[in-house]
Every structure is written in C-alpha cells, then in structure tokens.
Design a protein around this ligand. Sequence first.
Ligand code: HEC
Ligand code: HEC
Ligand code: HEC
Ligand code: HEC
Ligand code: HEC
Ligand code: HEC
Ligand code: HEC
Ligand code: HEC
Length: 232
Amino acid sequence: MLIFLVTAFIFMRSILVPPDFGKYGHYRASAIDEIISQEIKYAGHTVCYDCHDDIVDLKKTGYHKNVACEVCHGPAALHTDDPGELKLQAPRERGYCPLCHEYISSRPTGFPQIVSASHNPMKPCISCHEPHDPKPPQTPKECDACHAEISRTKSLSHHVYVDCIECHQTPNEHKIKPREYLPSKPTTREFCGNCHSKDSTTPEEIPKIDINSHGERYMCWQCHYPHLPEAQ
Ligand code: HEC
Ligand code: HEC
Ligand code: HEC
Ligand code: HEC
Ligand code: HEC
Ligand code: HEC
Ligand code: HEC
Ligand code: HEC
C-alpha cells in the first residue's frame, strides 16, 4: 500500500511539475522568457513629455500629479511608437471620474469626494474641472451667484442698501464649501435695534421703534421678512 502511494506521488509529480522547475531555485526557468516575450502595452508617463509637454507641465503641479496618464487614457505603448497607429481615447463621459471620486465612507477622510447624483448633475465633469489640473472652478464672489432669489427680493426692498454681510458674517470658505461653513444669522432683537431703536444714532431716514415695547415677545423677523421688510 505504502509503495503504491509513493509511486503514485512520484508519477503525479512528474506530470504536474514543469520540467525546468528548480533550475534557478524555487522558480520555473522558462517563465522569464515567456514574460519577456509578452507584448509591452504601457509606455510609462515620462515618454508623453516628448510630444505633449504642455499637458505634462500642466499636470505636474496639480492635484492629479500622482495619477499617471495611462490610468485615464489606457495603455499607450503603440501610440507612443506611432501616434497615428493608435489614437488614444479620453474619458470624457461623466461616469468615469466617480470611479475614484464617488463618496464611499471607507475612503480616507480628506480625499475629495462627491455624491455624483447631486453634484451638478447632467453636465460632464470636465465642463467644470480641467482633467489635467482639476480644481473647483472659479469661486463666485457675489452672494447672488447662489442666492439669486433672496438677492432679487432684497434689491426691491427697503433694505436695498443694507449689505448682506451687515447681517450675515460670511466666512470666505462658505463660497467654496457652502454647507460646511455657514454664515451667521442675526439672533437678537437688539441686532435690528442697532439701526432701528429710537435710542440708536443712525440717520433720521431710518424708521425708529421703541424696542422695549414694539412686538416685544417676538423676534423682529417673525413679523418682518428681513429681505423685504414692510411696515403695514
Ligand atoms: C511621438 C509623439 C507622441 C508621444 C510620445 C505621445 N503622443 Fe499622444 N498624440 C500624439 C499625436 C501626434 C496626437 C494627435 C493624433 C491625432 O489627432 O490623430 C496625439 C494624441 C493624443 C491624445 C488625444 C486623443 C483625443 O481624443 O484627442 C491623447 C489622449 C494622447 N495623445 C495621450 C498620450 C499619452 C498618455 C502619452 C504618453 C503615454 C502620449 N500621448 C505620447 C503624439 C504623441
Ligand atoms: C484624470 C484622468 C486623466 C489623466 C490622469 C490624464 N488625462 Fe489627458 N485627458 C483626460 C480627459 C477627460 C480628456 C478630454 C478633455 C476634453 O475633451 O476637454 C483628456 C485629453 C487629453 C488630450 C487631448 C486633448 C487636449 O487637451 O489636447 C491629450 C493629448 C491628453 N489628454 C494627454 C494626457 C497626458 C500626456 C497625460 C499625462 C501627463 C494625461 N493626459 C493625463 C483625462 C486625463
Ligand atoms: C485614479 C483615480 C482618479 C481618477 C480616475 C480621477 N481622479 Fe481626481 N483626484 C485623484 C487624486 C489622487 C486627487 C488628489 C487628492 C489629494 O490631493 O488629496 C484628485 C483630485 C481631484 C480634484 C481636486 C479636489 C480638491 O480638493 O479641490 C478634483 C476636482 C478632481 N480630482 C476631479 C476629477 C475629475 C473631473 C476626474 C475625471 C476626469 C477625476 N478627478 C478622475 C484621483 C483620481
Ligand atoms: C457645473 C459645474 C460642475 C460640474 C459639472 C462638476 N463639478 Fe465638481 N465642483 C464644482 C464646484 C463649484 C466645486 C466646489 C464647491 C463644492 O464642493 O460644491 C466642485 C468640487 C468638486 C470636488 C471637490 C470636493 C471636495 O470636497 O473637495 C470634486 C472631487 C469634484 N468636484 C468632482 C467632480 C466630478 C467627479 C464631477 C462629475 C461627476 C463634477 N465634479 C462635476 C463644479 C462642478
Ligand atoms: C457657492 C454658492 C454660494 C455662495 C457664493 C454664497 N452662498 Fe450662502 N449658502 C449656499 C448654500 C448651498 C447654503 C445652504 C443652504 C441650505 O442648507 O439649505 C447657503 C446658506 C446660507 C445661509 C443660511 C445659513 C443657515 O444657517 O441657514 C446664509 C445666511 C447665507 N448662505 C448667506 C450668504 C451670503 C451673505 C453670501 C455672500 C457673502 C453667500 N451666502 C454666498 C451657497 C452659497
Ligand atoms: C437686515 C438684515 C439682513 C440682510 C441685509 C440680509 N439678511 Fe439674510 N437673513 C436675515 C435674518 C434675520 C435671517 C433669519 C430669518 C429666519 O430665521 O427666519 C436671514 C436668513 C437668511 C438665509 C436663510 C434662508 C432664509 O431665507 O431664511 C439666507 C440664505 C440669507 N439670509 C441670505 C441672505 C443674502 C444672500 C443676503 C443679501 C442679498 C441677505 N441674506 C441679507 C437678515 C438679513
Ligand atoms: C408682532 C409683530 C412685530 C414684531 C415682533 C416686530 N414688529 Fe416691527 N412692526 C410691526 C407692525 C404691525 C408695524 C406697523 C405698525 C407700527 O408702526 O407699529 C411695524 C413697524 C415697524 C417699523 C416701521 C416703523 C415706522 O415708523 O415706520 C420698523 C422700523 C420696525 N417695525 C422694526 C422692527 C424691529 C427692529 C423689530 C424687532 C426689535 C420689530 N419691528 C418687531 C410688527 C412687528
Ligand atoms: C445697517 C442698518 C440696518 C439694520 C441692521 C436693519 N435695518 Fe431695517 N432698515 C434700514 C434702512 C436703511 C431702512 C430703509 C429706510 C428707508 O426706507 O429710507 C430700513 C427699513 C426697515 C423697515 C421699514 C420698512 C417700511 O415699510 O418702511 C423695517 C420693518 C425694517 N427695516 C426691519 C428690520 C429688521 C427686522 C431688521 C433686523 C433683521 C433690520 N431692519 C435691520 C437699515 C437697517
């Protein structure tokens, strides 16, 4: 019985283990030639500089500096040998970028992520972000870029000359990440009283009230919409 098992083992081994195994240690010697003979598909990112120096220069200081060209454009060896032979594709469609940027809770914090269903849907990502030097597009300077309705309402109101930032201290980051950095909102009756209390020293044209008795139990904006205040 034992002899049978040993013979069977030796027989099976001679079938299963390739003949050149062991020539260079614990490896199959012919693997090296097989791998050498494979067609090279990737060119590496340094050769691109020969013909696309403008893009290489643009990319190397941007956020995508560590994302290699061929990650997005695919294997390019044929293209670098003869650009006419293989025209590379560019991933222009919206579905591509979320492969890396879609919000997934296990991605490292701080890695820029978006929820593509709500992040400016419908438009291709590259209509706002240059793929070789991506950054958030020009930050809007004016509040009305995003708060158009409030701004239009106010421009027809008695508060037309009261600037938004008189009433809302607005951190600059609000214009870049508006939901993470919110501006302040008035919280006290005294705030409106600074201009409207009969004790205040603001110009005469500004109508005055007695802050102690006028609508005393409520916040001013429960009766007067601050962006279109009216005194009926
Ligand atoms: C020998 C010069 C040469 C090298 C090297 C080269 N390219 Fe090109 N590439 C070209 C030329 C020429 C075109 C324009 C071909 C055309 O419009 O038909 C082109 C076009 C492209 C395009 C355009 C595709 C489109 O949709 O318009 C991409 C993407 C591209 N190359 C990427 C690369 C990448 C990535 C590398 C490095 C791995 C690279 N190229 C290396 C010459 C080169
Ligand atoms: C994050 C993905 C990404 C990476 C990385 C990337 N590209 Fe592109 N590339 C694109 C997209 C998307 C377009 C299409 C842009 C458009 O149509 O406005 C494009 C367009 C191009 C074009 C043709 C249009 C043009 O702007 O002239 C060339 C050439 C090109 N890329 C070369 C490169 C090279 C070289 C590198 C590496 C230095 C590189 N790309 C890295 C995504 C990428
Ligand atoms: C292979 C993964 C990968 C792909 C694909 C990719 N990116 Fe990126 N992206 C990165 C990395 C890595 C960074 C840099 C993150 C950092 O610096 O922490 C980055 C940064 C960015 C930023 C900067 C965000 C900020 O903090 O201001 C934007 C915008 C961006 N990518 C847009 C795109 C767009 C648009 C595409 C599609 C054309 C794309 N990315 C495709 C990996 C990728
Ligand atoms: C209409 C223009 C527009 C389009 C289209 C757009 N973005 Fe943005 N993107 C912005 C603006 C503005 C910001 C900065 C404010 C914000 O975070 O919303 C931004 C921010 C980002 C950031 C940085 C987020 C962070 O927390 O640092 C990433 C990553 C990004 N976009 C990727 C994408 C991807 C991927 C797509 C396509 C699926 C895309 N964007 C489509 C305008 C756009
Ligand atoms: C890039 C677009 C953008 C710009 C520019 C912008 N905001 Fe906003 N703002 C938002 C968004 C988005 C919200 C959140 C709305 C929500 O959560 O419903 C918001 C919320 C607010 C709020 C409400 C805060 C709260 O606690 O409810 C105030 C006040 C405000 N913005 C004032 C301003 C003022 C003043 C400016 C100009 C100095 C300004 N915003 C510029 C997009 C913007
Ligand atoms: C006179 C002071 C005042 C001015 C000027 C003002 N706001 Fe307000 N705003 C307020 C008050 C008070 C609230 C809180 C209302 C509430 O809680 O019901 C508010 C609330 C908001 C909100 C939260 C959403 C809403 O409609 O209640 C936004 C957004 C906002 N303001 C944006 C703006 C923008 C943009 C401007 C400039 C175009 C502006 N505000 C000018 C006093 C002001
Ligand atoms: C309970 C509702 C209510 C509250 C709360 C309220 N008001 Fe009024 N306010 C009115 C009414 C109604 C009028 C018009 C009749 C009047 O003049 O008393 C008015 C009128 C005004 C006028 C115009 C006065 C004039 O002479 O033309 C100003 C200014 C004013 N309010 C500011 C404020 C301020 C500031 C606060 C908070 C400290 C406030 N209101 C709180 C209801 C209210
Ligand atoms: C920086 C000064 C300033 C602040 C702060 C301010 N207002 Fe005014 N308010 C004005 C001016 C200026 C007018 C318009 C006077 C005119 O019509 O000539 C006005 C007018 C009004 C009117 C009268 C409207 C009418 O029909 O005559 C009301 C009501 C009012 N404001 C309420 C408020 C409330 C509520 C707040 C607090 C959220 C507030 N104001 C904060 C300057 C201010």
